[in-house]
Design a protein around this ligand. Sequence first.
Ligand SMILES: *[C@@H]1O[C@H](CO)[C@@H](O)[C@H](O)[C@H]1NC(C)=O
Ligand SMILES: *[C@@H]1O[C@H](CO)[C@@H](O)[C@H](O)[C@H]1NC(C)=O
Ligand SMILES: *[C@@H]1O[C@H](CO)[C@@H](O)[C@H](O)[C@H]1NC(C)=O
Length: 605
Amino acid sequence: MRFSAWSLLLTVASSVTAVKVNPLPAPRSIEWGSSGPKHVSGHLVLRTSKDTRDHLLTEGWNRAWETIVKLRWVPAATEAPISSFQPFPSATPSATPSGHVHEKRAPTPSLHFVDVVVKDLQADLQHGVDESYTLVVDTASSSVVIKAPTVWGALHAFTTFQQLVIDDGHGGLILEQPVRIKDAPLYPYRGIMLDTGRNFITLGKIREQLDGMALSKLNVLHWHLEDSQSWPIQIDAYPEMTRDAYSPREVYSHADMRHVVRYARARGVRVIPEIDMPSHSSSGWKQVNPEIVACADAWWSNDVWELHTGVEPNPGQLDIIYPGTYEVVRNVYEELSTIFPDNWFHVGGDEIQPNCFNFSRHVTDWFAEDPSRTYNDLVQHWVDKAVPIFRSAREDRRLIMWEDVAVGTESAPDVPKDIVMQSWNKGLENIDKLTADGYNVIVSSSEFLYLDCGHGGFVTNDPRYNVMTNPDEKIPSLNYGGDGGSWCAPYKTWQRIYDYDFTANLTDAQKKRVVGATAPLWAEQVDDVTVSSKFWPRAAALGELVWSGNRDDKGRKRTTQLTQRILNFREYLLANGVQAAPLVPKYCLQHPHACDLYYNQTAIE
Ligand SMILES: *[C@@H]1O[C@H](CO)[C@@H](O)[C@H](O)[C@H]1NC(C)=O
Ligand SMILES: *[C@@H]1O[C@H](CO)[C@@H](O)[C@H](O)[C@H]1NC(C)=O
Ligand SMILES: *[C@@H]1O[C@H](CO)[C@@H](O)[C@H](O)[C@H]1NC(C)=O
């Protein structure tokens, strides 16, 4: 037996070729033998003890089995040793990998059963639930044995297993074995962020993202439901809010949102809603009462930056001083809290623009009353008034806010330490700062994890494009802010994402406060047409980073070993109906490592 985080193409004594396939994310520990392939019977029967029968388990297994049978998957090419290339003309051609050992082996029984033992069927899908599992296929056994403390771990075992079984080329299914997997995530919070405020995304496309998430073991859909541009959410307390949906068809009803929650839960994915407040707020709110929104009709004023009311069009912020704001906030929040069962709820808190409040009589009067008041005091007022409302919805409520509320220029001096901070600025610097302050942190550093970056700016009437030189050149006065013409350019490649050591230089105590990471996809230039290709397969690189990390058991970066895994996984996503973008010419998929920048496989340190 040998340990291997990645697989080798292996020819075995029998006439069929079995493959130690390379599931993504790489399990924490996978131990392969090479006893040759085991045949998988025409129908694998799920066996669980009677009292542990559970419909999520059965549905999860049926889904995995149907996928196995429907796809009859064969990875395009598995990992090959780099020595199969001749590095330089002067070098002696290396021998092809040494041949296999032909041994007489006792025939192994086919697989007939999947035996699943779940210890605690009641464990709810909430933050920190045990998602570990073990999966064992022994040579002498006719079962694959899965043990998991919870249903959620067992569901992960299924998505691993469905990647291990492949077509034998003769109408049968096989599995290289014996195989022993012991698996558990490094981080409890592993997410992607979907923005349905800038552009509407249909339920079908949301399900597609959830399918990709389940396969890559991402477990949180952070749903940025609305933004200043549109309000696509049915709110019974204020039906008029959806007048600011893009159209009557671009609305999520309560039933739609519950459907998303159910679909996600069946796949082990939590749905955490975000209502972004008090900034990024205009559509919907202003229909209830224009007085609760400041500066909705202002020019956003990028041209005279000193006057700007928003970082992008259209501006609008909830009026922090007007008491009527909090009644509407409470009713909207409480209604949504009945739809989303997760204990965690995201209440925004990013990018407050002071100038916007100059349009509010309430705020300007408040400042006039006491000239010592600052914008920090104003934001503190929001925290003091709004957080008790957010907490009161349920006893076990945990709030998430964007880090701006604690570390931005317009931050509040005293933000409760039990609020989870989502960090998107200044990479390691802010993660360090927030964890040192005692906050739990979700890593979403824009320099590494923003999937929308690098596609240029979306604002129109933009003379910066009317230059006869390459607009990639930084022109600070023109606010490009980065190569490629968007503020967070360039595009974040899967290697950039996977290489991110987001706990570098933190103390052990600080490291423990990092609960995981989320890759956001802001949707100014995203709708059904592009959503899947922008998320996938890059989100799967994050999936592995937060599931089993980016290093091998010697502590070396294994980005190069992820190459073939993610290239194959992209094909697998496509086969599963997730419209993942191509990463390379197909040649590179079919010729492992032929497209590496360096021959040296440890060039990435
Ligand atoms: C907004 O009001 C503040 C406080 O009165 C003032 O200092 C600032 O100059 C105003 N901003 C604009 C753009 O008028
Ligand atoms: C970690 O700290 C060392 C020593 O101060 C520094 O050289 C290194 O650049 C830091 N690493 C990161 C990723 O910030
Ligand atoms: C490969 O790259 C690593 C990291 O840069 C370096 O330490 C090592 O010496 C290189 N090996 C060869 C054979 O060049």
